[in-house]
Design a protein around this ligand. Structure first.
Ligand SMILES: [Cu+2]
Length: 288
């Protein structure tokens, strides 16, 4: 018994050691888009309300068990349902309270968040098409005729335990997506093969990339920096090897990057129907 206790303590101490938790944070990543901020706000609001309800209800239960017990001389009531006004009030008030919390306290901000999330078009200054494929992402700026693949750049040695793992192990790519800070970017996402999901936690956006469909989301990143994410829809054996890396830079740096990309890459032909390239491809195929 003593040994178990000792080993338990040692295990706890090991878990508590700072090294064991390196790379883990207690809270969510710092939100850098309006959507991420709103989502975190909703989460915090719900957590506070449900914790208050939890302690209130359990407090009442424990109080009731203690006060209304038989050996303290309490006589149980005989009624089986509410009969007078006071009893009806006791029955209906928790219902009314929960209704209010659900539809007003949570409902209004949640509705606001969902409407905001879906508003991909208002004031969007840039369109980026994100195509998932097994196992990499392809980014396209349809208006600029620029597209490029973004693949995992972690060396194979690190994956096979032949070398020490780097700081951004499995979260680094050869060609990161570059975006300007403070600009609303409309993302259009689709897939070449199976369902993938483009996810950057700090942006608060995660949207499935579904073959044959165009799905949208948006982000206005308010802070420059490098943001990392992952594919978050099981998409095959290298699902864990298609990270997302986004560099958010100033408008000038973005313009310079785009110009350099344009010059370096063979530009794709400007797409006439930029809104529906995948649909156009399907139609072209069907008419062949
Ligand atoms: Cu994937």
């Amino acid at each position: 018994m003593r040994n178990i206790f000792k080993h338990g303590l040692a295990a706890l101490a090991a878990l508590g050691a700072a090294g064991a938790w390196a790379g883990y944070a207690f809270n969510f990543p710092e939100p850098v888009t309006p959507i991420a901020r709103e989502t975190l706000h909703m989460h915090n609001l719900v957590m506070v309300v449900i914790l208050v309800l939890f302690f209130l209800v359990f407090g009442l239960l424990i109080y009731s068990f203690r006060t209304h017990r038989k050996d303290a001389g309490y006589k149980a009531a005989k009624f089986t349902g509410p009969t007078n006004r006071k009893q009806w009030l006791w029955v209906l008030s928790p219902f009314a309270l929960l209704f209010f919390i659900d539809y007003v306290v949570f409902g209004i901000p949640a509705l606001h968040a969902v409407i905001m999330y879906e508003d991909t078009k208002t004031d969007a200054e840039l369109v980026v098409k994100v195509t998932g494929s097994q196992w990499m992402w392809e980014y396209e700026f349809p208006a600029e005729g620029v597209s490029f693949p973004s693949r995992l750049s972690t060396p194979r040695d690190q994956i096979d335990n032949g070398a020490a793992k780097g700081q951004h192990y499995l979260l680094e790519v050869d060609n990161p997506l570059v975006l300007p800070v403070g600009k609303k970017v409309r993302f259009i996402t689709t897939s070449n093969d199976v369902i993938h999901s483009w996810w950057v936690p700090a942006f608060g956006v995660k949207r499935d990339a579904v073959p044959g469909f165009l799905r949208e989301f948006w982000a206005t990143v308010e802070k420059t920096g490098t943001y990392r994410g992952q594919c978050s829809e099981l998409c095959g054996k290298e699902h864990g090897f298609m990270p997302v890396v986004v560099h958010v830079v100033s408008q000038e740096e973005f313009a310079a990057w785009l110009a350099q990309k344009k010059a370096a890459l063979k530009p794709t032909a400007p797409v006439a129907a930029a809104e529906v390239p995948a649909a156009a491809a399907v139609v072209a195929k069907a008419t062949q």
